[in-house]
Design a protein around this ligand. Structure first.
Ligand SMILES: *Cc1c(COP(=O)(O)O)cnc(C)c1O
Length: 449
């Protein structure tokens, strides 16, 4: 079947860019842990005529007419979300994870209230109170941290909560390789009367698949993106648990009102359809099998990386995600490893590590994960091979060190980029990556001439 044939004729420029991106996705190893490949049926749903319709409001109470089918669509998505996570309330309208989190703040806090979240460079998300995020400016943010061992420092979090009496505490992280300690944080939040919001954006697919503990018995509010391990379109869901309803029966209503009219206008109905399709897929035994394999693959990859001489934060993983600690190569070396891997066709992202001796622009770690490769069908054997390739690439650029003097950095990096383009070892790895990718075709049958 020929895809995008109408677009190809009408707008060759846009078509060409999409085609190039498909080729990039096909011919590389996508290891950014927040990325995944949706199914064709999700792509079809988000490419549908549902994008044409305005439907401000909620099913049965819209500002515009003509919403009889959109109402059905949103109700279906909401019902599937409630069933998948076991919650009494879900809102599928947030445009993405960040606005979903912002809505939670304004549902339970007023500007100036104290909130707590994991510090950004310790693995927390921007929207959990980082100073450059609105959430760290509008609210009084008291960050908690990980300890020297890389695990969340529960004692510090408890002490900070008792001293600062926050209104809202966030758990759920963006660069943390271990299980999220929901139960411990529920005790802390309940002890100070705070709302506990679990942002399971990264692990929601693992939660639905039964390989990560669920936050539902512990948190009052749960948020998640739908495009990470859950493998749906870009979007988000806000949920309230029975525990949340018991604390404040008006919570669902407050969240609805913050989303619209508080923050957003019309929902993205094509995305709502994609979320519904992804949630149906996630309810199948094959998805639980997928989630199990994601974690098994991450464990196999972690073992291979360590066997090949790399140091990992917390010495491994229990999830889909791994953080390589590159301080043995020098501080601020994440950029060299990221760019060299990119050259070799392996996509990861540079990331801070706990107590990073450098800064978020030049962090000393690399974050990677297995959701996308597992979707392609790769298993432990391939992870073992890829771990070896990553270690080889990291070692091959170990001679590069970030200049101490800021003025020297851009020229040094330019030179580095030129040198890796001509590096024959990286070219060899690139060849191996290509051969591996060919064995695990992405969107087979999607032909773009
Ligand atoms: C990805 C992520 C978000 C933000 O999602 P966007 O869709 O990028 O806005 C929020 N919280 C956590 C923990 C995340 O990992």
């Amino acid at each position: 079947m020929e895809w995008l044939s109408t677009l190809r004729k009408a707008d060759p420029e846009t078509y060409g860019i999409i085609k190039d991106e498909l080729k990039r996705q096909r011919e590389g190893l996508e290891m950014i842990p927040s990325e995944n490949f949706t199914s064709l049926q999700v792509l079809e749903a988000i490419g549908s005529v549902l994008t044409n319709k305005y439907s401000e409001g909620y099913p049965g109470r819209r500002y515009y007419g003509g919403n009889q089918f959109i109402d059905k669509m949103e109700t279906l998505a909401v019902d599937r979300a409630k069933k998948a996570f076991g919650v009494p309330y879900a809102n599928v309208q947030p445009y993405s994870g960040s606005p979903a989190n912002l809505a939670v703040y304004f549902a339970v806090c007023r500007p100036g209230d104290t909130i707590m979240g994991l510090n950004l460079s310790d693995g927390g998300h921007l929207t959990h109170g980082f100073k450059a995020s609105l959430t760290g400016q509008v609210f009084n943010s008291v960050p908690y941290h990980v300890g020297k061992d890389g695990y969340i420092d529960i004692d510090e979090a408890r002490r900070l909560a008792e001293e600062n009496r926050p209104k809202l505490i966030w758990v759920g992280y963006t660069a943390y390789p271990r299980e999220i300690p929901f139960e411990e944080f529920a005790k802390i939040a309940d002890g100070v009367g705070a709302y506990l919001a679990a942002d399971i954006s990264h692990v929601s697919g693992l939660v639905v698949g039964g390989v990560h503990k669920s936050p539902v018995p512990y948190a009052h509010i749960v948020t998640t993106t739908t495009h990470k391990t859950l493998r749906g379109p870009r979007g988000a869901i806000i949920m309230v648990t029975e525990k949340g309803k018991a604390k404040d029966p008006d919570l669902p209503d407050k969240i609805d009102k913050v989303i619209i009219p508080g923050m957003q206008g019309g929902p993205h109905n094509h995305t709502t359809a994609g979320i519904a399709v992804a949630l149906l897929e996630a309810s199948k035994p094959e998805f639980a099998q997928y989630a199990r394999q994601v974690v098994k693959n991450a464990d196999a990859l972690a073992r291979s990386l360590m066997k090949n001489g790399l140091k990992l934060v917390t010495d491994g993983t229990q999830t889909h995600l791994i953080l390589i600690d590159l301080t043995p190569f020098g501080k601020g070396t994440g950029i060299f490893v990221q760019d060299a891997l990119d050259e070799a066709g392996i996509t990861v992202n540079k990331n801070t590590i706990p107590n990073d001796p450098s800064n978020p622009f030049y962090p000393s770690g690399v974050r990677l994960g297995t959701p996308a490769l597992t979707t392609r069908g790769m298993r432990e054997k391939e992870m073992d091979l890829i771990g070896g390739l990553i270690a080889e690439v990291a070692k091959s650029v170990a001679r590069y060190q970030l200049p101490e003097r800021k003025e020297e950095r851009s020229a040094y990096l330019r030179n580095f980029k030129n040198e890796i383009k001509a590096d024959s070892e990286l070219a060899q790895v690139r060849g191996k990556v290509l051969r591996l990718c060919e064995k695990f075709p992405l969107y087979p049958g999607m032909e773009l001439p």
